[in-house]
Design a protein around this ligand. Structure first.
Ligand SMILES: [Zn+2]
Length: 460
């Protein structure tokens, strides 16, 4: 469940009441609400929430590394599929001109390569699979640095994150706990296959040292700038439709979303330097009252890679800079086929249909599997390496709910009338199967029977 999606629950009684289109509109509204009037740190700065001043000069190293055709295609088909103001990016035959700041009318000029042969190699810290030496068949991931990012926090933070629901007296469902369990199953399996594995989070505690109280002043400023002149301090009733206009609600989201994910990005970019980040999530449909949640028959799967920036997101100097940096790093060339391969393996294991977003307002379907979308999420944008963001299983579907209640177990068991693996092992096994398939092929080795036996499910 992405952070934007979670917001559709509390917003369901607010101004957007058209249920069919409510998911995206509600989430777009929130992004708009939080970021359209950012609190600038300096005059002329135009930054998103907790955004850092862009360092455009670091893009100098990408001079001459991309052709006009490739640049154009990535802009049109992946990153800017919803259009943008004409002065932001201008692509010519030999250069691309990107607006750094509208007020000061400064531009970054990128020199484009004449053709593929003339272009310089792309500088990067992560290694594409095809640049790695061939691996022994039983160690198809040897040397691959994989960072696991179990989504959210779980534990005592789950209610605050609105990643919590409980049916009667059953075990509460907390997404942050479920994703951590999947990561902990994945790690030893990936290591057996040769990968160097790190955890971005390996407990129910945040990475950021900040807490909601640290953001009270910023929350107040954001609310005032967004037309709430005298914001209330606290949420009085959790079902209050106006709760997002309180200082508490805003300071909490600044903590668990913006501050936390930015800290995770710093860990990835300055310490871990992985070749791939796997963001692990479970999806949900709107469940209404978390103490009396709606269970549904709907269940589905999708994966996300970075892209599909909204025109208003591209207006922020930092987001535009981060988009261009990501484009030039060519992470997409690696993460798309990876996501496609993992998606096919997950679809095969779970039997889930591809999720269809109710509108195309914030996502763009990419790749060939039918399961992968481009979307501009904080994590997929900020982690400076290929990122595959997994969104299998609707937690409040009747079937997934029963499987979560059954917990983790070895082997096969009959749950909800069907004999199968634990949902956590099915998740982990299928991700591994996709990774093995991708890396074995991209590194030039073929998948031998040996590699297949290494992929034996966790249940054996
Ligand atoms: Zn999630």
């Amino acid at each position: 469940m992405t952070n934007d999606d979670a917001r559709r629950v509390p917003l369901c009684h607010s101004r957007f009441v058209i249920l069919s289109s409510f998911v995206i509109r509600a989430s777009s509204f929130l992004v708009f609400f939080l970021s359209i009037f950012p609190v600038a740190s300096r005059a002329g700065d135009n930054l998103g929430i907790l955004g850092a001043n862009p360092r455009w000069n670091v893009l100098e190293k990408y001079q001459g590394t991309i052709t006009p055709d490739k640049f154009n295609r990535l802009i049109q088909d992946v990153y800017c599929t919803h259009g943008f103001a004409p002065d932001l990016i201008e692509i010519n035959e030999k250069t691309a001109r990107v607006l750094m700041n509208r007020e000061s009318q400064r531009f970054f000029i990128l020199r484009l390569a004449e053709n593929e042969t003339a272009r310089k190699p792309v500088p990067r810290l992560w290694r594409p699979a095809k640049s790695l030496p061939p691996a022994r068949p039983e160690k198809p991931l040897s040397g691959v640095k994989i960072a696991l990012d179990p989504g959210h926090l779980g534990g005592r933070w789950a209610k605050m994150e609105e990643r919590w629901f409980q049916v009667g007296n059953s075990q509460p469902v907390q997404e942050g706990d479920l994703t951590l369990r999947v990561a902990q199953l994945l790690a030893p399996r990936l290591r057996e296959l040769g990968a160097k594995v790190s955890f971005i989070r390996n407990s129910n505690e945040p990475i950021t040292a900040k807490r909601p109280d640290d953001f009270q002043e910023l929350a107040r400023k954001i609310l005032i700038k967004n037309g709430v002149p005298q914001p209330r301090a606290d949420v009085l009733d959790p079902n209050d439709p106006a709760k997002e206009q309180t200082i508490r609600w805003q300071s909490e989201i600044l903590f668990y979303r913006y501050s936390e994910i930015r800290r995770r990005a710093a860990l990835v970019n300055f310490k871990l330097h992985p070749d791939l980040v796997l963001c692990l999530h479970f999806n949900a449909e709107g469940w209404g009252d978390p103490n009396n949640p709606t269970l549904t028959d709907i269940n589905h799967l999708h994966l996300l890679v970075n892209g599909s920036y909204l025109a208003e997101e591209l207006e922020f100097d930092d987001e535009r800079f981060e988009m261009i940096r990501r484009l030039l790093s060519r992470a997409y060339d690696e993460e798309l086929p990876l996501a496609d391969t993992i998606a096919v393996a997950m679809a095969r294991a779970t039997g889930l249909p591809p999720y269809q977003y109710p509108t195309t307002n914030s996502t763009t379907k990419v790749g060939s599997s039918d399961y992968v979308y481009a979307r501009n999420l904080l994590a997929t944008r900020l982690y400076r390496c290929p990122v595959v963001y997994c969104e299998p299983y609707v937690m409040n579907s009747k079937d997934v709910f029963a499987r979560i209640q059954a917990g983790d177990y070895e082997g096969m068991r009959k749950v909800n009338g069907v004999e199968r693996k634990s949902i956590f092992r099915e998740y982990a096994d299928s991700v591994i199967e996709g990774l093995v398939e991708y890396y074995s092929k991209a590194r030039g080795g073929s998948r031998s029977p040996n590699a297949m036996s290494q992929m034996a499910p966790l249940t054996h």
